[in-house]
Design a protein around this ligand. Sequence first.
Ligand code: PGA
Length: 257
Amino acid sequence: MGKPLVLGNWKMHGTQRSAHALALGVVARAAEFSHVDVGLCPPFVHIPTVAAVVFGSAIRVGAQNVSERGEGAFTGEIAATMLRELGCTYVLVGHSERRQGYAETNAGVVAKYVHAHAAGLCPVLCVGETLAERQTNATETVIESQLEPLVARPDVVALLAHGVIAYEPVWAIGTGETATPAQAQSVHAFIRRRLAAVGPNVAQSVRIVYGGSVKPVNANELFAMPDVDGGLIGGAALKIEDFVAICVSAEQLRRGR
Ligand code: PGA
């Protein structure tokens, strides 16, 4: 695998002041996880503040969403080029909270992915099943349907090699419920196999991170799974100590591998 990746998804939390303090706290500890790529994804309006704090450090900034269109008359939207100009490296696309609460479709998510990549951002494609889908053994079918619009396009497949996929079971997000390491590994391996079918190089180099109630107490066992290349962290990313501990878990496993 490549370098592990740990991203903090701050969701719609914080003030300018708290965003500044959180970023500063993470930067101050960056030497403890120097073999891990770490990114912070604050709300749009806090991006300049966080970008200024992490400037010159190894910590990167990301956004939580991006428009599926290029610059134009689209009130309330943010173009990928604007995020890049602010210094963003990563952007989440297709987070389940957006798929469910804002009716994002698989086709729209692909458009975001392509725009983000074209602007020089690293898109993080989020996929995952609901509890009902898991209980009816539909997990792989759902993941397949979320990957399909990307893998069906050879131009997009090529981009995936340097991209990131986040497996986030919807039932584990913000619920305190975490997928077991075996459940996470099984879906991560499925994703990698699916990508191997369209491009062996893609499957090898894409990073597949796990998200859904990752905490300091469960990060080690999740990151120890062979196909888990890091994490997308929600609630625990809002506490400096917890987020740093999770990054350190990724660092230790990286060294151990
Ligand atoms: P959580 O969120 O860690 O709070 O479950 C993860 C996410 O939504 O990215």
